[in-house]
Design a protein around this ligand. Sequence first.
Ligand SMILES: Cc1ncc(COP(=O)(O)O)c(C=O)c1O
Length: 325
Amino acid sequence: MIEKKIGNTPLRRCEHLSNKFSTNIYIKDESCNPGKSSKDRAAYFMLEEAIKGNKIQPGGTIVEASSGNTGISIALMAKELGCRAKIFVSKSCSEEKRALLEAYGASIEICDNSFGLHVFNSTQYQAQAYAANHENAYFTNQYYNSANIKAHYKTTGPEIWEQTNHQVTHVIAGVGTGGTISGIGRYLKEQKKNIKILGVEPTNSVYQTFLEHGKVENTGVVHDAIEGIGRTFIPGTFDVQAVDAIYQIDAESSKRAAQDYRADTDQLIGFSSAAVLAAVEQNLSHMNFKHDDHVVLYFPDHGDRYLQKLYNNNQQETTKAFDIL
Ligand SMILES: Cc1ncc(COP(=O)(O)O)c(C=O)c1O
């Protein structure tokens, strides 16, 4: 059964980055989950709660709005449950993820954007409307489902705490729904209040403003496209109490960080992992690591989901303002 294999992903010390940033750097490698991303955790917890509440029956359809990874996890689990998966992705979802969704048997709908439940042509609105209008269909709704945070509170947070022998000082993670950073942050701050929980989002995403000012102005400016992270609205699954700071990074710097990392280590990393790396590089003096700190970089998936976007140098730049996740 898939749930037995979810989580307990490796935490590896990275010598290259430890030398580069003059501290102890570890990578939490979430590509080691069965669906090859961190989103297995949230998908499993959301489906488990739905099953307990009799909201999903065999033969039914599980519906989600996803930048791809949650959809892939749900598609895998739907099969085991004897259900179908219907996944609404935005048009900027990578070719690799679309192909995987279809290979895992999901039916996909491509929407213009993912601007939230109140925008007609967004993934979230379309997913919610589909579930509301079809018998035996259930919308897992990762942006407002507390099981999303709970997954990381119950699993990822404790894993990081144990794997660092309680020495972790910083966790740095990309913010999409906010479930990952909120769950990890909530758990780790209960263990030790001064552990720094730092989020990363694309330039012009709204989390930084919300964290600093408690509200979001609608400026009409849309953030850079980095798959999996960044929002135009604040979802229910972002817990401001669990996060110390949010850093912004642009898509081009993230892409460069992925390519530099490949040149230095021969490893391919995902787009949002590269964003975390680029944010650390650009804000090193602000983050002010000490030599004996233990810094965990959260890598939600693998570079093989972004071969075209990150590692094909012939590819024209595709990140446009409206073209987000
Ligand atoms: C590649 C990637 N990175 C980061 C995230 C953000 O995680 P969260 O939604 O828990 O904030 C996601 C979420 O889908 C993702 O797919």
